[in-house]
Design a protein around this ligand. Structure first.
Ligand SMILES: C[S@@+](CC[C@H](N)C(=O)[O-])C[C@H]1O[C@@H](n2cnc3c(N)ncnc32)[C@H](O)[C@@H]1O
Length: 392
């Protein structure tokens, strides 16, 4: 569904600043950029071509009379809404929780080492840089040398680079299937391939919750990229709202919807700044049973709105809490590419969910090597941090 309420020329999200410093150790895309191979400048419908590095300056809070605290990030011109002062007990906790996948469907991690990873995506073996693979490769070089596609280029993990196809020239896309969802793998300019398979752990959890429910659950997928999570939810019977700032990514998600034969599934595709969207949903009183939020460290909305994880995450989670339906099933946050431990998002989630009961479980999403046959467990490669609130 087209988002009819987007205001052209809207001002950048208050509290954002155009530039930041810091450093990162990330394996993630974007910036919602031109994923298809060209760098794009921030413009309507697309986000920045290259993410700025993370800024660890926290949002400062100052008490106000109505029990709220102001979002006083230094560059805030007009706070969109103050952070809520949460009282009551913090939810109980389970840490660390390591959610491990060895792959599923068409994906598995074959091997890793020496700063690289070798992955199987359907028919193709792909080599990509992997800064966390500090150990030596387990498989001999003749296995790695037979890769179908190799990403080379900028050592900055979100940087530009190019694909090399040592065996034969390959097209930009190819068919893939995960958890019963058919979609396109895609060689993009930022080393990404149109899916983040470590998310399988969250998607399997969500699928099981949606299938077990006695009513169609409402799922909100923020920063939804190519839509695989939205399609998993819809195929399981959920009513889905998918939000992403990149027109191009939404276009790919719609293509994936057709590939998965889910054209008639109840999915709203919304090209909008995630923060603006949730602020409006809060005002309208719309509520969701499951919220997935997978924000980049830095991104831009369709009208140049700036997303800075370290500046905006507290308010985003605060609003997401308000968007949870009375019988909500979960709020799942994943964070990539940030200089932080899972405890930072864990404690933020627990503070945000004070008085709500339930459990906050946090840790890392890891993918375990599975060898050439996809069945031989090897070393675990960490991909991201996550924190998940669930009712008890
Ligand atoms: C890390 S990817 C999400 C990956 C996705 N959850 C998955 O697992 O396939 C980040 C996405 O955030 C989008 N994005 C960046 N800034 C945004 C903003 N301000 N509002 C909404 N989406 C944004 C990008 O276009 C990109 O698709």
């Amino acid at each position: 569904m087209k988002n009819r309420e987007r205001r052209p020329g809207a001002k950048p999200f208050p509290g954002a600043k155009p530039k930041a410093n810091g450093d990162a150790a990330r394996p993630r895309p974007p910036k919602s950029a031109d994923f298809a191979g060209k760098p794009s400048k921030p413009s309507s419908g697309q986000a920045a071509g290259k993410p700025e590095r993370g800024n660890s300056r926290p949002v400062r809070r100052s008490p106000s009379e109505d029990g709220k605290v102001a979002n006083t990030a230094e560059t805030a011109s007009e706070p969109a809404r103050p952070l809520t002062v949460r009282t009551g007990e913090r939810p109980s906790e389970r840490v660390p929780l390591i959610l491990e996948s060895t792959g599923a469907g068409d994906f598995h991690l074959i091997d890793s080492g020496d700063g690289l990873k070798l992955e199987q995506y359907g028919p193709y073996r792909i080599v990509r840089p992997e800064a966390q693979a500090l150990w030596p490769k387990a498989l001999p070089s003749h296995v790695w040398d037979k890769a179908d596609a190799v990403f080379t280029g900028d050592t900055d993990e979100d940087g530009m680079g190019r694909w090399r196809f040592p065996r034969e020239a390959l097209g930009e896309t190819w068919p893939l299937s995960l958890l019963g969802i058919d979609f396109h793998g895609r060689f993009t300019a930022f080393r990404h391939v149109g899916v983040f398979p470590e998310q399988i752990a969250h998607w399997s959890w969500m699928k099981q919750k949606v299938e077990a429910a006695d009513r169609p659950l409402k799922v909100l997928n923020l920063f939804g990229y190519t839509g695989v999570a939205s399609l998993v939810a819809a195929a399981a019977g959920a009513e889905v709202t998918h939000v992403d700032a990149s027109k191009k990514a939404i276009g790919w998600a719609r293509e994936n919807q057709s590939l998965s034969r889910l054209d008639k599934a109840p999915i709203r595709w919304i090209c909008e700044d995630a923060m603006k969207f949730i602020l409006r949903e809060e005002r309208r009183g719309n509520r969701y049973d499951i919220i997935l939020t997978d924000p980049p460290k830095f991104g831009r909305g369709p009208n140049g709105e700036v997303w800075q994880l370290f500046d905006h995450l507290p308010l985003m989670l605060d609003i997401c809490r308000e968007l949870l339906a009375p019988k909500a099933v979960g709020l799942v946050l994943t964070a990539y590419s940030i200089r932080a431990s899972f405890y930072s998002i864990h404690e933020l989630m627990r503070e945000t969910m004070r008085g709500k009961g339930g459990l906050v479980e946090s840790g890392e999403l890891v993918i375990r090597e599975a060898g050439l046959d996809g069945k031989t467990p090897g070393r675990a490669l960490s991909t991201s941090l996550f924190s998940r609130w669930v009712p008890k």
